[in-house]
Design a protein around this ligand. Structure first.
Ligand code: CA
Length: 731
């Protein structure tokens, strides 16, 4: 047994302030019970597994009680761990949450329980990295800010893959309290698309209490690829400030969703052309959006650089209140796809913005396209003093002229003409530097190695593929010789791995039952292989993605031919519910005599979950298969970017079940072009909510039904573009 807590150092405060080093959970509990104002409890360096920290104490102004690490970054909270903070004048620093997840609904909670709430508490230099629940549908909040006057700063949050906001300001029902929290100098690192609502990086409040002021400040943070869903920051309260943040390649927007009188100023948004990168979306009264810089944002509609929405007349609290008295001024919008006014106008959202001003903004690019779109009446938005680089069909009230830009020392573009000094974003903007945010001692791991980034190992014909797979390291390639490899039992893929043969002499993989199961951390790329599963039992899938696979994974087939046990038997790639692929790609491959080649219908809950962000099929051939793909996304949520489907230059022969050979339900983007279908079931695309974009063009359908689009929600004729297809010899 370790001895009881040891006194380390006597600090400045006479007789009172102590540093107490603890090295197990029992010592910690004893120390926190006795902690007095000015004391510091120090967790010994090392791994603290399954540690649910209850840090409840009462410090005093200027004499906080501190919980910290012996060495910052060397105290690891792993397994089923979390932190609850209750009381006042407290500070926590230096801890790292990794390799596990919270057993409760939060990783760090600013309350011990509903009666013991934190105030004047600060969390600084904390890391939460990949501390996600394995099932992405299981929800938690990484930092739940209750109480008042709390601060979260210089911390690092990265890799949340399960449902729930990364950092939420929680406002108790019926109180509408002023929170006065400060969220500053944090690094919000990559958060991949969740594939559902609930992937916000920050949310302040909820609609119920949104008409009161939270007075929370979000400033000097970096949002780096925080692409969980359409709201990066979701403001649902009044009187908040979002100031001087840097937003990098982040899909979604800062959304003033509910609440009035918020200020969004001096933020820098750099989209670098990434799809769905947006800026600020304005709803409600008295919102100010000024002196911001937007560049290279590719988002449209609700993800425009700036969108000002139409409201619902007499809106209930959780719909859309009319925009009134909005001030959008002094912003630069450069090389960005869209500025949308009266956005979302429809029969329900019929209340146009009123008493609003859009002035002294500078709009340049993109490639001469006019980014402005008015989706409804914009006479309630006064346009004055704006300057736009000349475009073909300008909006009235926007001055058109030549604008030459030059990159300034701060990295941002400004007009060279001194006469434009008062138009657009101010010259003294200073994009936040990486070194100013996060925990200085933490940079996270190198990113997951890409396919082929590791070493290549040659494997002689007949060698055990199972052993080679087990010995592989992330990013490795197993190069197979020409010849036969027997796969007696499914290979377990736990790393990103490539299995490749030579293009002109493909190795033959003889599969007795199933080829592979993709487990946590896995990802599989197959190149130039012939797979013979004709003697397989025909159950399950060739490649099965197991439940609990996180983080997001990838699967690719290139130059692979697969022969199964017979039409309708043995699926190709099947995903367990709750898993989510960044992409699944089939190129230059052939699939014959099998079931559904890509089966993504595992998730049946109508909550908007779907199995993969992108499915790409190109230059491939499908003969006597159950279906090419069967994708399902149920529910009517509008918070996601995908799924995306592209199927091009492929052929489908004697395939399909129940009259359908390709079924895509609930996708946001479908592009099906230059394919040929012969003697097969047709294409069925099913639209649910949102503005799904479907193009079915230049395909040939021989003895195959014409493609169909069905609408589940939209009342008009089916949307989408069906053109240039040839339908012949229809059965
Ligand atoms: Ca949302």
């Amino acid at each position: 047994m370790v001895l009881a807590a040891a006194m380390l150092v006597s600090t400045a405060h006479p007789a009172l302030a102590r540093d107490i080093l603890v090295s197990d959970q029992g010592q910690y509990r004893a120390a926190v019970k006795r902690a007095a104002p000015g004391d510091t409890i120090v967790l010994a360096d090392g791994e603290w597994r399954d540690f649910q920290i209850d840090f409840t104490a009462v410090g005093a102004p200027g004499r906080r009680i501190v919980l910290t690490a012996q060495t910052k970054g060397k105290v690891l909270l792993t397994g089923q761990s979390n932190l609850r903070i209750g009381g006042s004048h407290l500070l926590v620093s230096g801890l790292v949450f990794r390799n596990g997840s919270s057993p409760t609904s939060a990783v760090i909670s600013f309350r011990r329980d509903s009666k013991t709430i934190a105030s004047n508490a600060r969390v600084t230099e904390i890391v939460i990295d990949g501390f996600s629940k394995a099932d992405r549908r299981a929800e938690d909040i990484w930092v739940a800010l209750y109480g008042t006057d709390n601060r979260v700063d210089h911390s690092h949050f990265e890799g949340k893959t399960n449902a729930g906001v990364t950092l939420a300001v929680i406002r108790p029902k019926g109180q509408g309290e002023a929170n006065r929290h400060r969220i500053d100098h944090n690094y919000f690192g990559p958060r991949p698309p969740l594939g559902s609502n609930g992937g916000e990086t920050i949310r302040i409040g909820t609609s119920e209490e949104s008409l009161s002021d939270s007075l929370t400040i979000v400033e000097h943070n970096i949002f780096d690829r925080t692409s969980g869903e359409v709201e990066i920051v979701s403001v649902k309260a009044g009187g908040n400030i979002l100031r001087e943040n840097l937003v990098l390649e982040a899909q979604g927007a800062f959304v003033l969703r509910h609440g009035n009188g918020n200020l969004v100023e001096r933020n820098v948004f750099l989209g670098r052309g990434v799809a769905d990168t947006g800026g600020v979306r304005v709803i409600n009264r008295d919102q100010i959006v000024r002196d911001n810089y937007f560049e290279g944002l590719a988002g449209t509609s609700f993800k425009s650089a700036i969108s000002v929405m139409n409201g619902v007349p007499n809106s209930v609290i959780n719909r859309y209140h009319q925009v009134a008295n909005a001030r959008i001024a002094g912003n630069s919008i450069i090389d960005s796809a869209r500025i949308t006014l009266a956005a979302g106008a429809d029969a329900e959202r019929s209340a146009a913005p009123v008493d609003s001003r859009f002035e002294r903004n500078l709009i340049v690019g993109a490639k001469g396209h006019n980014p402005f779109r008015a989706e409804g009446d914009i006479t309630g938005i006064a346009l004055a003093g704006n300057v736009q680089a000349a475009v073909a069909h300008p909006l009235p009230g926007i001055e058109q002229r030549e604008v030459k830009l030059e990159r300034a020392a701060n990295g941002l573009l400004y007009p060279t003409d001194a006469a434009l000094a008062s138009v657009g974003a101010p010259r003294d903007l200073k994009p936040v530097a990486r070194a100013e945010v996060g925990a200085g001692w933490y940079r996270g791991d190198a990113p997951e190695p890409a396919f082929g980034a590791g070493t290549t190992r040659s494997l002689a014909a007949g060698a055990s593929l199972a052993e080679a797979v087990a010995d592989s390291r992330p990013g490795d390639t197993l190069a197979l010789a020409t010849g036969v490899y027997d796969i007696a039992a499914p290979l377990t893929i736990q790393r990103r791995l490539t299995i490749a043969g030579a293009h002109d002499a493909k190795p033959l993989l003889r599969v007795a039952s199933n080829l592979a199961r993709v487990a946590a951390g896995g990802g599989l790329r197959l190149e130039n292989l012939a797979i013979d599963a004709s003697a397989a039992a025909g159950e399950g899938a060739l490649v099965a993605v197991e439940g609990g696979v996180a983080p997001n994974y990838r699967i690719a087939f290139d130059g692979v031919s697969v022969r199964g046990p017979g039409k309708g038997r043995l699926d190709g790639i099947a995903m367990a519910p709750g898993t989510f692929a960044d992409d699944v790609t089939l190129t230059n491959s052939e699939f014959a005599e099998m079931g559904v080649v890509v089966l993504g219908t595992g998730e049946q809950e109508p909550k908007g979950w779907y199995p993969m962000e992108r499915l790409t099929i190109a230059g491939s051939r499908f003969e006597r298969v159950g279906m090419v793909a069967d994708l399902l996304r149920r529910g009517n949520d509008e918070s996601t970017f995908g799924p995306w489907l592209a199927m091009t230059r492929s052929s489908v022969i004697d395939s399909g079940a129940g009259g359908v050979s390709l079924r895509i339900a609930g996708a946001q983007h479908s592009d099906i072009a230059q394919n040929s279908f012969a003697g097969s079931g047709g294409i069925l695309v099913i639209h649910s909510v949102g503005a799904p974009q479907t193009r079915i063009a230049s395909n040939v359908f021989a003895a195959t039904p014409a493609p169909r689009i069905e609408e589940l929600v939209w009342k008009g004729p089916p949307r989408g573009l069906i053109e240039g297809n040839l339908v012949e010899g229809q059965p």
